[in-house]
Design a binder for this molecule. Structure first.
Ligand SMILES: Nc1ncnc2c1ncn2[C@@H]1O[C@H](COP(=O)(O)OP(=O)(O)O)[C@@H](O)[C@H]1O
Ligand SMILES: [Mg+2]
Length: 343
């Protein structure tokens, strides 16, 4: 007898431990040099540390925000969790099941595939131009759940209703839909197989501001109705503050601060978090003047020195110790962790 996949286990829904992804860089020339110089020992090719020993959890029903500037590794991290990319090392446990051992290539047909779904940044790009909205929404159900045709059609209509997509648009192709309508199709498709965890990678970045608000409200409503957990990637800290229970702050592949969103926003401890939060657009000119600007050059993610803080060089607090000893995440308060010697 097969066990149901989503038995309610104690502990977090998602448990990420020491997850890492390194990309080999140096291009074809580097690879060619290795192939042609097989007799001589060659130096290892440079490694870009996109995600570096990241650990965190997500509870059932929790919304966790992931913030950090462009290129810090947010998309790589969520693609690892969504099993679109194989990790270099580390663990991805979903309600106790290790997912890191499954190969990304074969994961589309894995029964666990239905449990984690993703809403992509640009709904337009992520939809197949030859699929109607109905086909796009039905596609994951066809692949992952056996459902007879009549029942499937009714389910697709129900999903359109849930996501506020008028049923008469179900026969349209992506190019015949507006940005907001495509976003609704992307969301309907992601929730079609009843995931426990929904990953949202900048879900509204491609939308007009007025449409963003409506789509964010829809996402909040669906979360309440369906009891999913969200991992919400956004560069918009105002949105993260509004929507998220907890926030993870990422800098050059590492989580540098995490904790309850209300605490982190009210009292950021890591100098990078402070800079991020001070850069949030403010209506009040007095607060605008407090804006913290980062000087210096960002460090390279390629073969970073494991003894130097990743933020060293840009950090207004940097001391010689920061260049000799990488600060690790450590507790700062009951639910907060910060990776800074001076937090
Ligand atoms: N397939 C890849 N090969 C090499 N480097 C990559 C690849 N994907 C991402 N990177 C690098 O990994 C780092 C993190 O990228 P990404 O996860 O897209 O960041 P973010 O989503 O925060 O903008 C960047 O330096 C990026 O150039
Ligand atoms: Mg990204």
């Amino acid at each position: 007898m097969s066990e149901p996949l989503s038995v309610s286990t104690p502990g977090p829904l998602l448990d990420i431990a020491e997850l890492a992804k390194r990309f080999t860089v140096g291009g074809k020339q580097g690879l060619l040099a290795r192939v042609t110089s097989f007799r001589k020992p060659v130096a290892p090719l440079p490694q870009l540390h996109a995600v570096d020993e990241v650990s965190f959890t997500i509870a059932r029903g929790e919304t966790v925000g992931l913030v950090g500037e462009s290129g810090c590794g947010k998309s790589t991290l969520v693609r690892l969790i969504n099993r679109l990319l194989d990790p270099t090392s580390g663990s991805i446990r979903l309600a106790g099941t290790e997912l890191a051992d499954f190969k990304a290539r074969a994961f589309a047909a894995n029964p666990h595939r239905a449990r984690i779904q993703m809403v992509f940044q640009d709904a337009g790009d992520s939809l197949n131009p030859r699929y109607t909205a109905a086909d796009a929404i039905a596609d994951p159900i066809r692949r992952l759940k056996k459902m007879p045709g009549a029942k499937l059609a009714a389910r697709v209509e129900a999903l359109a209703d849930m996501t506020g997509l008028p049923r008469e648009l179900l026969s349209r192709f992506p190019h015949q839909l507006s940005g907001g309508q495509k976003a609704r199709v992307g969301i309907a498709r992601a929730i079609a197989v009843e995931p426990e965890l929904l990953i949202l990678d900048e879900p509204t970045a491609a939308l007009d501001v007025s449409v963003q608000v409506v789509i964010l409200q829809l996402l909040q409503q669906l979360k309440r109705e369906l009891g999913m957990s969200y991992l919400f990637v956004s560069h918009d800290l105002n949105v993260v503050r509004l929507l998220c229970d907890r926030v993870l702050v990422m800098y050059l592949g590492k989580i540098v601060e995490q904790g309850p969103a209300a605490e982190v926003f009210a009292d950021p401890r890591h100098p990078y978090t402070k800079a991020l939060i001070s850069a949030i657009p403010q209506a009040d000119p007095a607060q605008r003047a407090d804006r913290l600007r980062l000087g210096g050059e960002p460090r390279s993610p390629i073969d970073p020195d494991p003894t130097v803080c990743r933020f060293y060089g840009r950090c207004p607090k940097g001391t010689p110790r920061c260049a000799e000893e990488m600060p690790l995440l450590h507790p700062a308060g009951s639910a907060r962790q910060v990776a800074c010697h001076f937090a």
